[in-house]
Write a protein that binds this ligand. Sequence first.
Ligand code: CS2
Length: 499
Amino acid sequence: MVSASSTQYPPLNKATAPLSALLLKSTPATGIVHIGLGNFHRAHLALYTALAVNESGGDWGIFAYSLRSTTIAQAMTSQDNLYAIATISPTSQAIVIPGIHTAAIGGPSRVTETLEEMAKESTKIISLTVTEAGYLISQITGGLNMQAPEIEHDLQNPIAPKSAIGIIVRGLEKRASSHGAPVTVLSCDNLSGNGDRTRQLTYDFINAMGNNAQLRSYVEKSVTFPNSMVDRIVPGTEERHLKMVEEGLGVHDDSPVPAEEFSMWIIEDKFAAGRPAWEKVGAIFSDDVAAYELMKLRLLNGTHSLLSYLGALAGEETIPGAQSTPFIETAVHSILHNEFLPTFTMPSALTSDGYISQLIGRWSNTILGDRTSRVGSDGSTKLPQRITEPVLFHAQSRHTPQFISLTVAAWLACIAPLKGFSPGVHAEAMKDPAKSKLVELAGMTTDPTVFVHSVFSTAQIFSPELGELNGFVDCVAGYLKQIIDEGIEKAALTAQSKN
Ligand code: CS2
């Protein structure tokens, strides 16, 4: 078993109050430009980097840029780029302050500074955590969605790109036309083959630019895109976290990050211009990243989706609330063992029993209280990553995975309820970039079968291959109908009986 939890961070105070605080402030110069200044970045890459620099030095300060929001950036700037990570588990609470950011800026008006920073020779890594939705992947081609308004904009506006891929390419272009020094582009999002995928999207953009020989040859020779598997459950910041940090630190932090104790990072060691000594602080360099990714995307993220949609429909606000609901607990067990586990090979260093029992413990963290509405948001960009290959795998033996189908039906019930069905407040709090499109389709019929078929044939959320599996699409439709007519628990019992 990879030791990935308490041992990799410095031993913090195990008492619940007052909290101990560990300040990691080594003020290195910038070596990393990061896109996506959300809570996940701040509790994962930033912490590993702060710990590595604390341990082994190096100019690996992080210049962080948030694509749209300025809130976190402003809070950090007013706090000397510092913020607290509150690690919250049932048995311990602790605070660590990763003083690793050299700048935190946000919003379209600051993109020029970001491009300039990316273009500096001293920048060795361009990293990103922009969520699945931020990659603008077309489910039809599997490549960059050329019709996405941000991509159309970025192809026309080289100096003010808006999308993550547009920004990366324009930054690389500046490097190619100046010093040409190598750099690594490091995706830290939940996409399968996240490095390979980012590389492909980068080339898709470059190809659409025309006149690009110098840039293309620079990327081929001097830019690497390692794959990585990232893992730590990091909820959104709530009032109670601000209070907890204030009580523990004795100072007010405008933007602390709550996080579970567990953390894991598996990375392919393919860095074009060096990297922090992350392996000294718990990151694992491996040639077997793909196996870890599949394990995590399916067992953790795939089942997380089930927990969030079934949970929200059952009136549960939190993931631990969902996990402890008996019929959902049964569904979790079935989807893990019968539907996801058979579809991939576990990494040789881990056992499925060990990993699954650790997952159950993580999902049961009531004090962290991760919300069903957080995990259930953006399902239109998360579900294709999590369920497509497993459904196709089972289709080879003419089998329809019942709980995966139920998860998709429950997602639709949450995001685009048909007339007369009310999914409840936790579902209503879920956001989704495809929500307006789905709501429009839902408004065109009251028949779940017609609706589900229109989602698979016209919404361009799932790959056409999935839409062609009539058995699967009908099964999703059947469960949506049952959710509406009889409720989520009855639908889950049906899925259980067919398993
Ligand atoms: C979650 C992830 O948002 C989601 O759908 O499944 O954010 C999950 O908490 C992380 O991937 C854990 O590493």
